[in-house]
Design a binder for this molecule. Sequence first.
Ligand code: NFE
Ligand code: MG
Length: 573
Amino acid sequence: MSKRVTIDPVTRIEGHLRVDVEVDGGRVKKAWASGQMWRGVENILIGRDPRDAWAITQRICGVCTTVHAMASVRAVENALQLEIPVNAQYIRNMIMLAHAIHDHIVHFYHLSALDWVDVVSALKADPDKSAELAQSLSNWNGNSKAEFRKVQEKLKGFVGTGQLGIFTNGYWGHPAMKLTPEVNLLAVVHYLQALEVQRYANKVVAILGSKSPHIQNVAVGGVANPLSLDTQSVLTVERLLAVKEWMLKLDDFVKNVYLVDVAAIGAFYADWTKVGRGITDYLCVPDIPLDGKGTTFALPGGYIEGGKLDSFKPIKTFGDQYFVDGVSEAVKHSWYDYKAGNNQSLHPYKGETTPNYTDFQDDGKYSWLKSPTFYGKPMQVGPLARVLNMLAAGHEPTKKYATTALDLVSSIAGTPVGLEAMHSTIGRHAARAVGCAVQSDEMLKQWDLLVTNMAKGDLTTFNKPVFPKGEQMGVGFHEAPRGVLSHWVVIDSGKIANYQCVVPTTWNAAPRNEKDQPGAYEACLLDNPVADPEKPLEVLRTVHSFDPCLACAVHVVDEEQRPVVTVTAAGSC
Ligand code: NFE
Ligand code: MG
């Protein structure tokens, strides 16, 4: 007999996500993903100065705090055909990469590892054996026996008080938890170390962006960082050297801990390479521009159909027409209405954001998220889309780290594991770690590019924008940590006439579209195992593998501030 399981809210994410599944015979037969929160930004931008949009849109999210600022200035610059100084690109690039690395480390260790790691079991581990295992995998200097013993003692202290502190309310002892006590302890040690290391990424963002979270240094036309080789009060070489030190510390952790842990945990959960495949149409945009116009990029992007790398179609430049023409959003199953009817999909330049709340209707409207499509099809975006597209584009650093990860998985699992395994729940974690290693290399390269250019005497960081009369339209895209982010602006005589954000979590957590095709979460949940419907750990594994951010995905406003929906916390970890 089928059983309906509702997880509301899903925790260890950002924002308010409800997931419903119908379980029959221990498997998910049908799934619904629903954004449960109504808030807003797009509508309040109407009529404002386009130069302010980045500061306002950045408040969409407290997690991906830099990304909306970047997408927004790019949209306005695209509308004005405004080139920016390369120094501004390098500084923006370093901020985006440091932010992405922060996001990925925190996602793996603090938001999702506990779906796979049984903290209570780590108490039973032999800490010396656990440290030896860690040392056999990597020469990270935090893998000493003394460190492992210390962490286990700390954990015993938590349990001794009858409280697990930050580890309260996990599905400890769940039958789907498969790691040995020693591997569990290893992961807990690195969980705590990751809390320390993530601060270095925030320092990079804060020094270059003047503040974290929510940077203050971007401007339409460049960045507001005065560069100097000698003055103490601005971004000096001395500050840049400090930034480089923090980047190197991050690099060490990403390559010697994060990438290794994901491979090791992935190898122990090899059966999860067969779960969570869902949508295999993968979209990603190029990023880390290397010139002022955004015509060459360090990290390629494009579209892959049906998981086939040889179907790769590149997206090449800012404002790329193939990308611009492909994107639209539907509201048939979303709590909005379109003027001309809800069975169509609207291009973002013509986008509308008019709410119509109906309660949760299984076959009708059930989410505050719209349903974006690319040439009429739902997409999977995010780390897996990014890595597969970069592989398809022949990006050498991605090949290198993907090979490192898959070789390590194969050697620990004792059986060859290839690229095919990546189209899965555990594959999304692996892809995020592979992409993170690529991003770390690239961040150091961007530092070199900036310093080399400064040494040539170029200290420019800003080109002043000029707003002509009449209408201009522009798109700014950014390959944000969770995937393709695009902001679409229509400017009329220097004021915003329309503004739409099409966000990574909107792509992935979308409800069914105008053709009733499910979004990526919904599709990837189909056929997931569920051992115990009262403890739907496996559902959380697949949902968490996307790193949901509902704050980003739902960003409209009820101007009358009426209460719309009451959310009760229940039933999830
Ligand atoms: Ni709020 Fe975000 C990212 C954006 S949403 S976290 O990355 O844009 O998916
Ligand atoms: Mg939107």
